[in-house]
Structure formats: C-alpha cells, structure tokens
Design a protein. Structure first.
Lengths: 417, 123
C-alpha cells in the first residue's frame, strides 16, 4: 500500500463515521437497524428515496455498510485507493441512499467476477466495472419483490438476474466506451441503461409493470442538509494537510485537465489537491442547492456524493460549470422547476458531460448540458428505472451525439487542409 | 501476443507522434515468445522536459483496474489529444531517448516473466 493510500483510508473511515453518526443521531441504533432491514425488502428502481423508505437511520446504515463492502473489495484485490476507486466508493455510498443495497449489489459484482473468470482474467482487471455495475441492482430487487414470484424462488431468480447482468457488463462497457470516446464520465451508467433497455423489454413482454414511481423526501432534516458540507470541509482539511505548499500548483494542474476518461487527478496532480478539488466542487453545488431551496434528501445527497467522488476522477469547477449552466438554462426555458426531481438530479449528475466542456470549450459544454436535460427526462422510462445511473445513460447518448458531430467536422476540416 | 492489442498500442503511440507533425516516423516491432519490443522514432526535436514528461507518463506502472477497461480506448479515439497513460498502464517499461534530430521511444511489453534486458535489438 502506498503511503498516501493510508491517509485516504483514514479519510474514508472518517467519512463513513459521519454517515453512522447522522444515522444514530437521527433514529438511534434499533430504529436504524429496522430501517436497514426494510430497505433490503424494498424495490429499488428509480426513484426510491431511502430516507423515506428506511428512515434516515436505515439509509445511513445502508450507505455505511455499502461503503465498507466496496472498500473491502478494493483492499482484498490489492487495488490502489486513488481517483477511480474513490469515485467508485463515493458513488456507491451515494446511491445507497436511493437504490443500492448489499442484497441487490452483490449478485451483480458476482456476475462481473464470473465474467472475468470466463475469459481467464483476474477480477481486479474488471473491479471498476463490478463496483460501478451495482447500478443494475434494481434488476435484482425487481425480480425478487415486483415480479410476482415469492419465497426462495423469487430470491433465486433475483440473484440469477443480477449475475446475468454482471456477466454482460464488461463486454458492453468496453463497447460503450468507444462510442463516446471517454467524454461521458459515467460510462457504466450508459452501459447499464443499454442492458436495462433489453431487460425492461423482456419484463414488459412478460406482462410486468415497469412504470416509474417516485418516492421523494421533501422535508429533509437539518442533519441531512449539513452532511455534505461537513464532508466537504473534511476533504478540504485532509487535502490541505497532505499537499501543504504544493497545493495551489497542483490545483492549477487539475483545472487544466479536460477530465476525459480516465483522468485520475490523484496520479496526474496529487492526492491532496484532488481531495481539495472534491471538497470545493461539493461545497459549490451544495450552496447552489441551498440557494434554490432544493430538498437535501437521499437522491440529492447521492448526487452530491457522486460529484465529490468524481472530482478526483474527471470533474472540476472549470469543466463542470458550463454543463450545469446548460441544464439550468434548459430547465428555465422549458418552464420546469429548478427544484423538481428531474432537473435537480440532471444538474448534479449532468456533470458526467464535463469532459466535453474541458476538451471543446464552454459553448459545447453548455449545449451538452442543455441537450442532456431534454434526453434524461425521457430515458428513465425506457429502462424502467432498472439503471440507477439514468443520467449516465442519457449522458452517454448526449456525448455520443456530440462526439459524432465534432469528429465529422474535425475530419472534414483536416481533409480541406 | 494478440494482434488487436499490438494494433491498439501502435495506433495510440502513432497518434501521439503525429500530433507534432514529423516529416519522418519509423515504427519497428520485434516479437519474442513472451514479449515484444516496439520502437518508434521520429525527427521531431523535443526539450529535456518533454522527454522527461513522456518517460514519466509511460512509466506510471501497472494499474490493472484501468488498463483492461479504459486501456481498450487506446488507438480507437479520433478526437482529442493522444494519451500516453493508456499505453503506460499496459506496458512493462518504456525508454525515451534523444536521437539525431529526433526522439526514440522504446516500449517493452510482456508478461510478468518477461525480461526486457534479454532482448538484443540491433540499432
């Protein structure tokens, strides 16, 4: 283990401690445990706010356990805790507030493990696909709780479904990556949405209802509002202590990166500056959400945690703001509410398109953000909410669209020269 | 070694070399049972800092979690800058040196058993 990894593991432990504390202060241990058990028995398709279903305590305990599980998987496989893995851990923690549970995540990871063994490769080669691939978790819980099967048969079918999705993920993920050429940061979201299209079509053909329902906490507590800002301050403090005098130079380096996949800011600049970048980005988005009066509930905190995680692996203020502004402009132009679930989540997760702004400038970033909102409002229905990273799916479509046009213009310009 | 893997590497390193618009680029491939040596030469003069930066990026060390998944993009993307780190994660070692009016990049690729020092590449 590298020296900086030990410091990062301590930060992960401190962050998980904050989640545990928020859970215990909100509901106490017994109620948190009951809430956690309720979450394992609940369908998890988009959008199920776990702070409503399992209470704040249950949701926090679920996130805490999922965070520990993902860190264990990384450690056991001797993979470096760095930008991509920190992004994976925080994405998993975030989505454990509105969809991921140990029950629905582990079969998908097992499927990716089997896929690796099938082609004679070590699981560590596909570990990121496995961790991010837990976006397909709702397929497991749909089969267990919503498909009409009961008892052990339902559990078995759910596990088989999750393993099957995991088996498909590596092959499809690599193909999807080539479509957008690394300009959609949530590539597994794109991949899971693509697989989800087929899964939803199969389920609908079998007479299943894959309609979207929204459970949304519109009265979050003060502890939920404070959770992300406290984590951001923790990140900034940790980062400043790690980098000291080199911090500003390294931060400048991060801001010069396009953010295109794969951009491990911890390797390119430094672990400390990547943490400070994450803290700053999380705080800026938190302040904006406070300003517009958004609900700091499971999905929104999940979005903020994903931004924090990916600020060590592709996102920074310079490449994110044009995309966010594009989403805001489309929201206002089409008369939608800035605080409604769709637009507010599109604002947070739409930053998956930040590399487009980083590589091709703010106008392309703005246009991508604008387009993203229009697409993402439709895509969840296509896969029936089986892909938790719906914005990753929509972002993949948007990025592929923009890259195709840019590539065509670029190659024709070259021919003229 | 698999043909598509070699093609990805050649394509990505060529993409990088061609970004500096050289008048000459030579690619030499030497395959052995358990590894290969890929040498790329051009006539573009680079500063010491540039050479050090190339060497640093190509010698980042193994990142299995990144090389198998994101490394698949190597040589397939047409827009944006070439990315040497995609190569760096997949190779055993890289030597970057200045030659007469140009640069030579040697990439050594092989399994864990592969020892690049055993190669005898004629100049």
């Amino acid at each position: 283990m590298l020296l900086f990894e030990k410091t990062l593991y301590r930060l992960m432990a401190a962050s998980l401690g904050v989640f545990a504390l928020v859970g215990l202060l909100s509901d106490g241990l017994a109620e948190s445990l009951q809430g956690f058990i309720r979450l394992q028995q609940h369908p998890a398709r988009l959008i199920n706010d776990f702070t409503v279903v399992g209470g704040i305590g249950g949701a926090m305990l679920n996130a805490f356990i999922m965070g520990i599980l993902s860190l264990l998987i990384i450690r056991i496989n001797s993979i470096r805790l760095s930008g991509p893995t920190v992004a994976a851990v925080f994405t998993i923690i975030g989505f454990s507030l509105f969809g991921k549970t140990p029950l629905n995540a582990l079969p998908v990871i097992a499927g990716v493990y089997l896929a690796a063994k099938l082609v004679g490769k070590p699981f560590k080669n596909y570990i990121l696909i496995g961790l991010f691939g837990t976006a397909m978790g709702p397929l497991v819980t749909f089969l267990v709780y919503e498909s009409g099967f009961t008892g052990p048969a339902a559990l078995l079918i759910g596990i088989v479904g999750g393993v099957a999705a995991g088996l498909l993920l590596p092959a499809v993920a690599v193909a999807m990556l080539k479509l957008h050429e690394g300009y959609n940061i949530y590539n597994i979201g794109f991949t899971s949405g693509f697989i989800g299209l087929f899964a939803a079509a199969l389920l609908a053909a079998g007479g299943q209802d894959v309609g979207i329902r929204v459970i949304w906490n519109d009265q979050p507590s003060l502890l939920l509002i404070l959770l992300v800002p406290v984590l951001c301050v923790l990140f900034i403090g940790w980062g400043v202590a790690m980098d000291r005098k080199k911090l500003f130079g390294n931060l400048k380096n991060i801001l010069q990166q396009t953010g295109r996949l794969p951009s491990d800011f911890m390797e390119i600049a430094s672990p400390g500056s990547a943490l400070v970048n994450a803290g700053i980005l999380g705080l800026v988005f938190s302040v904006y959400l406070l300003f517009i009066g958004a609900d700091f509930n499971g999905p929104i905190i999940g979005g903020l945690l994903t931004i924090i995680g990916f600020a060590t692996f592709g996102k920074h203020l310079k490449n994110s703001w044009p995309v966010a502004l594009g989403v805001i402009a489309a929201t206002l132009l089409f008369g939608k509410s800035l605080t409604a679930p769709g637009p507010v989540l599109a604002l947070l997760f739409g930053t998956t398109l930040a590399p487009l702004a980083g590589e091709f400038g703010m106008y392309v970033g703005f246009a991508a953000g604008f387009t993203h909102l229009l697409i993402v409002e439709r895509t969840a229905a296509w896969h029936g909410g089986l892909d938790l990273y719906n914005n990753g799916f929509a972002g993949g479509l948007t990025a592929t669209f923009f890259v195709a046009i840019i590539e065509w213009i670029d190659s024709n310009k070259r021919e003229k020269r | 070694m698999k043909k598509d893997y070699i093609l990805h590497l050649i394509s990505e390193i060529s993409n990088y070399i061609l970004e500096s618009s050289p008048k000459r680029m030579v690619i030499s491939l030497h395959q052995e049972y358990d590894g290969l040596h890929l040498a790329v030469l051009d006539d573009h003069e680079r500063s010491d800092e540039d050479i050090e930066e190339i060497s640093k990026t190509l010698n980042t060390g193994a990142r299995p979690e990144l090389s198998e998944y994101y490394g698949s993009m190597g040589g397939t993307d047409l827009v944006g800058a070439a990315r040497l780190n995609l190569i760096g994660w997949q190779i055993k070692r890289a030597d970057v040196s200045r030659i007469d009016k140009g640069t030579k990049i040697d990439l050594w690729i092989g399994s864990d058993r592969f020892d690049s020092s055993k190669f005898n590449i004629p100049d």
